[in-house]
Design a protein around this ligand. Structure first.
Ligand code: C2E
Ligand code: CA
Ligand code: CA
Ligand code: CA
Length: 281
């Protein structure tokens, strides 16, 4: 028994060792990727679920690892956050996204150009000068602030209230919109929600995906939608994958959504094609 225990310990040690080495390797590779800017940004349509027309696009970072190929954000955003590399990566995403809206505007005209929605991490928001960075990126691309939304996770809004809320209020006063991302996973109290400097509430996929199968979940989501309405927040449902879910959400009064039912995230070059050739003359 003792021998088996020892064997297990050794295996544990070597697994731990492997995990640490892998992490260090990933970290070194990410540092190099930042120097070489081996990233791109994909755009997932946010649609009016009644018509299927895109009103906006969420910008999603992609890392192209020379050996591993594409690395999903789950594997590098957290690491980038811990190491501070999220700042140059976030900057890159911001500039790419601003450039993309500028092109959509040039191509489609101002009125029918969709907005872009950008994920912002805790570290970025706490970096001094973040407001100026955003402002500069929009000015450089000549993008009006109302074509840009920033997504902040509910948990971050709850955690770092004071500095983060002030920063977001300033951005909103410039005309940008703020969305509470992954809503439902962070346990906001009603009184907080009422005060949050936000315009939009994004219902997390974990809620959306179950409305077709559970009555309980349906009531919960209906409650969230009604609450958003009461507080004057717009609502976007994430992770809409089936026609059934789309119909239920529309019945509940949620008109905007994104998910594989409408489109996976698109390469930048495919966005205009997906939108069609522009508005009818
Ligand atoms: P998120 O903000 O919740 O983004 C939505 C994620 O759900 C995306 O994954 C998207 O591809 C995926 N998704 C969209 N529709 C569906 C669907 O119908 N079904 C399913 N199963 N999934 C769907 P992705 O691109 O892998 O991004 C994962 C997370 O990484 C994002 O979650 C966001 O938190 C983070 N992230 C991505 N890009 C950035 C970035 O530029 N900056 C920061 N700070 N975080 C980012
Ligand atoms: Ca998001
Ligand atoms: Ca989300
Ligand atoms: Ca989510």
């Amino acid at each position: 028994a003792k021998g088996a225990g020892k064997g297990r310990w050794c295996r544990y040690q070597s697994e731990l060792h492997t995990a640490i080495v892998e992490r260090l390797e990933l970290r070194a590779a990410l540092t190099e990727a930042v120097q070489k800017l081996s990233f791109s940004v994909d755009y997932q349509p946010i649609v009016d679920m009644r018509t299927g027309v895109a009103v906006g696009f969420e910008a999603l970072a992609r890392w192209h690892h020379p050996a591993r190929g594409p690395v999903p954000p789950e594997l590098f955003i957290g690491l980038a956050e811990e190491t501070g590399l999220i700042e140059p990566i976030g900057d890159y995403v911001l500039r790419q996204a601003a450039g993309a809206v500028a092109r959509w505007r040039a191509e489609r005209g101002d009125m029918s150009a969709p907005y872009v929605s950008i994920n912002v991490s805790a570290r970025q928001l706490r970096t001094p000068g973040f407001v100026g960075t955003v402002r500069g990126a929009l000015a450089a691309a000549e993008v009006p602030p109302d074509r840009v939304m920033l997504e902040i996770t509910e948990s971050l809004l709850l955690r770092d209230q004071e500095p983060v809320w002030a920063e977001l209020s300033e951005l909103r006063s410039l005309g940008l919109r703020v969305a509470i991302d992954d809503f439902g996973t962070g346990f906001s109290s009603l009184s907080y929600l009422q005060q949050m400097p936000a315009d939009v509430l994004k219902i997390d996929r974990s809620f959306t995906e179950t409305v077709a199968s559970s009555r309980r979940q349906r009531l919960l989501v209906e409650g969230i939608i009604r609450l958003a309405g009461t507080l004057g927040l717009d609502i976007i449902a994430e992770g809409v994958e089936t026609e059934a879910v789309r119909t239920i959400l529309l019945d509940m009064g949620c008109a905007s959504g994104q998910g594989y039912l409408f489109s996976r995230p698109l390469k930048d070059r495919d966005v205009l094609g997906w939108l069609g050739d522009g508005p009818a003359p």
